[in-house]
Design a protein around this ligand. Structure first.
Ligand code: C2O
Ligand code: CU
Length: 474
């Protein structure tokens, strides 16, 4: 396997300035919701230049045959009909990550719908109550289908004046390519990955390319939407000298704050919306990935004349709140403990799989190495909890493993109450929260969306190997 992110500075310098490099437009492949008839999205095979722009083409699976798939725009509160057509060789679905939609369209194979067979289609109706940055991906063999490139971004646009000049979208992915610069298929299902940190890659792409260059005008105010679509890698981006301010996390607005050390840590499936004020002098601003040895993911180049505006931008960069039920009621809350267990170097000795208690060795033989509360999860188990609509759920999530996990809850956003007993500095509503080994993260939400929903780790190999459950809101 080639080294992780092998793009040496030398090689990158060679690329610098080539005219063909300016192809990364903002918001690539945008699709506006059509007013007439459904938007059709086909999952099919395609190719992408993941290794090097203009270089070898890797075979991928993508929505419309592209990575990322089309950016879908929809206005807040509007309903978008989407016809999903499966042209793959495998059954698939589309899950609309982070959208608090009607359960029937949540796209979970075996729970909210049957998987769509090759050649078949399924009609979704996406009604998005919240404005913000969301994304879509399959919920059937996610660990394979996302690793092959099936994902796209869904932007729900808020009404009203914008406090920025322009938007950029950075969809980051972590690919595992082999010596032939193809997706490494041989390691799909690898038990070592499944029992450790998940499928980590060796090439980072931004909007499907190994290096990005974005041109901006000096003084321009950008809204940068960041999405981590990696199977398992927690990414850390350092925006040196750009002083980004966070205005939303997982699609939900936050009171604007400056990134600590200019660094954004973003777990698989999480999104962040940033405001970047491009300095008023021309210059090159590298964006580095610093979770391991730092390397450049790309750069924002400020050049040309400073931006001029007919009228000044609104001074307040904060976004209007979404219609999320924030009235947590702790007096009659349902307490649900979630103990995350298993994996390599974990303390789990045995767990129940399909109602049978098994030791770790026999579980591993079935590719199952993780559990919630002693149960190796699947759709078929009893629900983790069932609750009447409108009740508050208070959930301490305890990471009793040796690995970080990105816990995701479907159909709802939850508030982080505390981390290891310490209240966070600001109010944050996530759909996915990162928990470190040994950490206890307490979250709460109002279970106000009826249906059968999943709760799982978004390290997709962990999910597949047992870190998953469902709950019901009646
Ligand atoms: Cu992004 Cu259950 O998924
Ligand atoms: Cu996990």
């Amino acid at each position: 396997m080639p080294n992780r992110r092998v793009y040496s500075p030398t090689r990158r310098d060679l690329l610098k300035g080539g005219a063909a490099l300016w192809t990364l437009s903002c918001l690539p492949n945008g699709v506006m919701a059509a007013d007439d008839g459904p938007l059709t999205i086909e999952a099919r095979e395609g190719t992408a230049e993941l290794w090097e722009e203009g270089g070898p083409k890797a075979d991928i699976w993508g929505y419309e045959g592209r990575v990322p798939g089309p950016v879908i725009w929809v206005r807040q509160g509007e309903t978008l009909p989407v016809r999903f057509v499966n042209r793959l060789k495998q059954p698939s679905t589309i899950h609309w990550h982070g959208i608090r939609l009607d359960n029937a369209y949540d796209g979970v194979a075996g729970l909210t719908q049957e998987a769509v067979e090759p050649g078949q289609s399924f009609d979704y109706r996406i009604k998005a109550p919240d404005a913000g940055t969301f994304w879509y991906h399959p919920h059937n063999r996610s660990w394979e289908q996302l690793a092959r490139g099936l994902y796209g971004v869904l932007i729900v646009e808020e009404a009203g004046a914008k406090a920025y000049d322009r938007e950029l979208l950075f969809v980051f992915d972590d690919w595992r390519l082999n010596e032939e610069r193809q997706i490494d298929e041989a390691s799909f299902g690898n038990l070592h990955d499944w029992s450790h940190a998940g499928r980590l890659g060796n090439v980072l792409t931004t909007n499907g390319l190994p290096y990005f260059k974005e041109r901006a005008r000096p003084g321009e105010r950008l809204r940068v939407r960041v999405v981590n679509t990696a199977n398992a890698r927690v990414l850390s981006f350092r925006f040196s000298r750009l002083k980004p301010q966070v205005i939303a996390l997982d699609g939900q607005p936050v009171a604007p704050y400056e990134l600590e050390a200019d660094t954004l840590v973003i777990a698989p499936s999480q999104r962040a919306d940033l405001i970047v004020d491009v300095p008023s002098n021309p210059g090159v601003f590298k964006v580095e990935e610093v979770s391991g040895a730092p390397f450049s993911a790309g750069e924002i180049v400020a050049e040309g004349a400073a931006i001029t505006r007919d009228k000044p931008l609104p001074g307040d960069i904060s976004l209007s709140p979404n219609p999320l039920n924030r009235s947590l009621s702790f007096d009659d809350a349902l307490a649900v403990d979630l103990l995350m267990q298993g994996g390599a170097m974990g303390g789990l000795r045995e767990a129940s799989l399909n109602g049978e208690t098994k030791d770790l060795r026999s579980l591993a033989q079935e590719g199952k190495v993780w559990a919630f509360n002693g149960i190796v999860g699947s759709h078929h188990d009893q629900a983790l909890f069932s609750v009447a609509r409108g009740r508050t759920i208070r959930m301490p999530i305890i990471n009793d493993t040796s690995f970080p996990h990105a816990m995701h809850i479907h159909g709802h956003h939850f508030k982080v109450l505390s981390r290891n007993g310490v209240k966070p500095a600001r109010e944050i509503w996530h759909d996915t929260v990162l928990t470190e080994p040994g950490e206890k993260v307490e979250v709460a939400f109002v279970a106000d969306n009826p249906g059968k929903w999943m709760i799982h780790c978004h390290m997709l190999e962990h999910q597949a190997a047992g870190m998953t459950a469902r709950f019901e809101v009646a």
